[in-house]
Design a protein around this ligand. Structure first.
Ligand SMILES: [Fe+2]
Length: 308
């Protein structure tokens, strides 16, 4: 197999000339790993893929992790996390955005950010996908860091930020709440969904990627809560809030994003230590099924907050 790499618009790359059903040599595995670190987001199309193949392919990039939110893993394959729209669980994930009902919309986030130990990466495979609905967005936070000015970079080197897990979107401080109304069945606390709760986690505002060494902006809107004691770097609490607002706006710039409209047979692998992602959600009743495998994080990027 000879791979062809075509950069996507703005961020990430499409890999063509790849067939998941062909035997993989060690050289090919090494090349795929190198491209993953180079681009952060890799798209493969037209793959005739089974659950077993997805699990085997994902292991090229590291050992796999079971997700802590057990409710949505596959019974037959515990390594598979099933993302399903169009079923009976929709009512919990339905909310109103500017008067329109949307199922499963997710703000920009990093998976398992709230644990202090995000997984290294993940792979999504389209199993059943609607047309013109249910996009997944990916954002490159290494590129977002590179675009910051020198003064901001220097300030961020001295700052830590707190992420606070919560179930209610309206309690998240830095997501865009304009026009948002929770649905009548939106969960209010983790136990409503049989989820555990999580204590606050803390991260440097600039993360050095453990493998590539690239600097990555550690600011993502979902669960972002506050700067740790901003006065230590000469910022008032108000200035710290304004700084986080400015940085979140920065990460929302389209030049750092790639939005994928799924076709069956597509799969996307991303580096969760570098790229954030989001889901646009689907119209009520629309069926969408995506299978995710998760590559374990063997490095702790953040820490659980015990004292402040
Ligand atoms: Fe996610």
């Amino acid at each position: 197999m000879s791979l062809k790499i075509t950069p996507l618009e703005n961020v990430g790359a499409e890999v063509s000339g790849f067939d998941i059903n062909q035997p993989m040599t060690e050289a090919l595995k090494k090349e795929l790993q190198a491209r993953w670190y180079e681009y952060g987001i890799l798209l493969f199309r037209n793959q005739d893929i089974t659950a077993e193949k997805q699990i085997e392919f994902s292991r090229v990039f590291g050992p796999l992790e079971m997700h802590p939110l057990k409710a949505t893993t596959s019974e037959a394959y515990p390594e598979l996390f099933v993302l399903e729209n169009g079923g009976e669980k929709d009512r919990f994930f339905t909310a109103s955005y500017n008067g329109e009902e949307i199922v499963g919309r997710l703000d920009w986030h990093i998976d398992l950010h709230y644990t202090g130990r995000p997984n290294h990466g993940a792979l999504l495979r389209a199993v059943v996908v609607p047309e013109n609905d249910g996009l997944t967005g990916f954002g490159d936070l290494a590129k977002a860091y590179d675009a910051l000015d020198e003064d901001t970079r220097a300030l961020l080197e001295k700052i830590e930020v707190v992420y606070s897990f919560c179930m209610q979107r309206r309690h998240m401080r830095y997501v865009d709440l304009e026009g948002y109304q929770p649905g009548p069945h939106s969960p209010r606390k983790p136990s409503d969904m049989n989820f555990p709760d999580f204590p606050d986690s803390v991260y440097p505002a600039v993360i050095t990627h453990p493998v590539s060494g690239r600097k990555v902006l550690g600011i993502v809107e979902q669960f972002l809560n506050r700067v740790v004691t901003p006065q230590q770097v000469g910022l008032s609490n108000d200035e710290a809030i304004e700084l986080l607002q400015m940085l979140v706006e920065h990460t929302r710039k389209p030049e750092f994003h790639y939005f994928h409209q799924w076709t069956e047979g597509d799969m996307i692998l991303w580096d969760n230590w570098r790229a954030m992602h989001c889901a646009t959600g689907t119209r009520p009743g629309v069926r969408r099924l995506i299978n995710r495998t998760t590559i374990k994080g063997d490095v702790t990027l953040g820490r659980v907050l015990t004292s402040e």
